[in-house]
Design a protein. Sequence first.
Length: 236
Amino acid sequence: MRKLWKLTTIGVLSLSMGVAVLPSTGLTANAKTRSAKVISTKSITKSTYHINAGYLYSSAKLTKKTHKGQNYLKTTFYATKSATVKKTNGKKAVYYYIANSKGSVKGWAWRGNLSKINLKALNQRKSDIKKVLAAVRTMTPDDQDNVLSDFTDIDTKNTYDRLSSAAYDFSFRHTTQDAKALSSFYQVFAGRFNAVTNARLATLNDRLVEGIRTDDLYDPVYNMSQALSDALSSFN
């Protein structure tokens, strides 16, 4: 009873003094995250990357995570600085300072979580998407809506898979307007495949143009859309 009375008294006194008596957990609330040791930093030639996993950190000391990589898998980042650090586990690693084009998402990311982008290829993919989209928008309204569904999640990683699907969706669009759109679609890629594929597609486009002239579209449209879809499915 005397022990219980003492504990009760201590509790009352603590509350009256504005002090909370809490059991020890072995961790203090203000414990600091251990930081990595920055061995060296340097500027690097501006390069483009995609992030595949991991985190972005506010500094090369790696104490504060600012973004989760998996939320930005489709974002193009630009690397401008490199840091060699010794992590808290004693291992050395290289981190790049990256930022998106607007500078709204930025931080230090482990180099192993980054995939370098060929800027020329990236711009080509963007141009191809834009040109094919322009061709699709010349289709009849109902057919256009169907093909446009292939563009809902298109990006510079899946460009040619999605454009392959779009070409396939022309298979049963037999109006003159749609056939002309398909020919315009083909023209975006004319001469960009291997010699055999280029020759085949050129022949099929000639037949498509003739079909437009004679209003005999079923086979020319089907054959061109299938062949163009196949060619794009393995295009890089």
